[in-house]
Ligand binder design. Structure first.
Ligand SMILES: Nc1ncnc2c1ncn2[C@@H]1O[C@H](COP(=O)(O)O)[C@@H](OP(=O)(O)O)[C@H]1O
Ligand SMILES: [Mg+2]
Ligand SMILES: [Mg+2]
Ligand SMILES: [Mg+2]
Length: 342
């Protein structure tokens, strides 16, 4: 006998339980099945699948970035200071995009290391990847190779050029995903949420981007940061003379696209990208992969390759070029002092 004289029918209880299970299954089926599939499958990841997932993550994150801007709900905050003492901004665009991108990848490959610029452990998204491979990827990447999951480090920048996003300079804004294998950048995706343009590359397999046919070095047009410039102007003029054209622009992703042959009208053209202040691997890894895939180079200002495993920081500056003798450019640069001279 139930309290207050109510009799529970066993059949009613069973139907109620079944209904409850049905609701739970309906809500979590995608996540549960992808987790089970992930844990029972062998611990290797196919790079073509990962490329398609990276494109999807960048596009879905980009939708959040665009929506927050259009609804004017940025809720701009300061999350700390850069090493140079500048305030680092954070908006709802960064956070919503992070949640979409991070959980879409994590729910698909829970055992892969994913490093995002942003963090939000409290709001797990039930995002599930539909496993669709876009036609342009199918066309240029045959099969793709499988790599051990523990050799992979994924870097996510849910919103690059947050400063410019808050100033409504939207052409500079991108979302980025990079996959490094044994520390080498192998997949790069840079997506422009406000034009819908996505650049992708899988090193050694293909890209939807091309390098330009010519790059001018006499003097070069050098693209640099507009909001974290440091002493980049003097550094460049010392290397290439004071007739060098210096092009200040926002976003590390945007600046790499400016070195390529963009189909998007809204991107300037530059011959070289130089950065002299501190920068993080989620800002530069996707661009490094794209440049590597297209015969370009991105190194520190000493000409060394950047290892995209381990800690996020790079304090050795950045030099990116395409179709020129990169080490020859390095040799022209002034002596590099990462301790703050520049
Ligand atoms: N000195 C510095 N310290 C930390 N982050 C830096 C930096 N210089 C550039 N960045 C980051 O690199 C990206 C491109 O910067 P810039 O537009 O100045 O070239 C921005 O990423 P986010 O917008 O994702 O934070 C910016 O925050
Ligand atoms: Mg960034
Ligand atoms: Mg960012
Ligand atoms: Mg930031």
């Amino acid at each position: 006998m139930a309290p207050m004289g109510i009799r529970l029918s066993p059949l009613g209880v069973a139907v109620f339980c079944l209904l409850g299970l049905g609701v739970i299954y309906h809500l979590y089926a995608g996540v549960i099945s992808s987790r089970i599939a992930a844990f029972t499958s062998k611990r290797t990841v196919n790079l073509r699948d990962l490329l398609a997932l990276s494109v999807e993550a960048a596009v879905q994150g980009g939708r959040e970035v665009k929506r927050v801007r259009e609804e004017d709900k940025l809720e701009e905050k300061t999350k700390g200071k850069t090493m140079e003492g500048q305030s680092e901004k954070l908006t709802q665009g960064d956070l919503n995009s992070h949640r979409k991108m991070y959980y879409l990848i994590k729910n698909t490959y829970p055992y892969v290391q994913v490093n995002s610029e942003e963090h939000d452990e409290t709001n797990n998204e039930l995002a599930v990847w539909n496993r669709d491979i876009p036609a342009d990827i199918l066309k240029s990447v045959e099969g793709g190779r499988d790599v051990p999951a523990d050799s992979i480090t994924i870097w996510i920048d849910p919103l690059d050029a947050t400063q410019e996003y808050t100033e409504n300079l939207l052409k500079y804004v991108t979302t980025m995903v990079c996959v490094a294998v044994d520390g080498k950048p192998v997949i790069g995706v840079i997506h422009k949420p406000f034009t819908g343009y996505t650049a992708w590359a899988l090193v050694g397999h293909g890209s939807n981007m091309k390098a330009r046919t010519t790059y001018n070095m006499n003097p070069p047009k050098v693209i640099v940061s507009r909001s974290h410039a440091g002493r980049v102007k003097g550094f460049i003029e010392e290397a290439f003379g004071n007739t060098t054209v210096i092009l200040p622009a926002g976003g590390a992703g945007y600046k790499v696209l400016a070195l390529l042959d963009p189909l998007d009208e809204d991107i300037e053209k530059a011959d070289m990208y130089i950065h002299v202040t501190f920068i993080k691997k989620w800002d530069i890894c996707a661009g490094n992969a794209l440049l590597t895939a297209l015969g370009g180079h991105m190194t520190t200002l000493k000409g060394e390759e950047i290892d995209y495993s381990g800690a996020a920081g790079n304090r050795e500056g950045l030099l990116a070029s395409v179709k020129v003798d990169h080490q020859d450019l390095v040799a022209k640069l002034p002596a590099w002092d990462s301790a703050g001279k520049h």
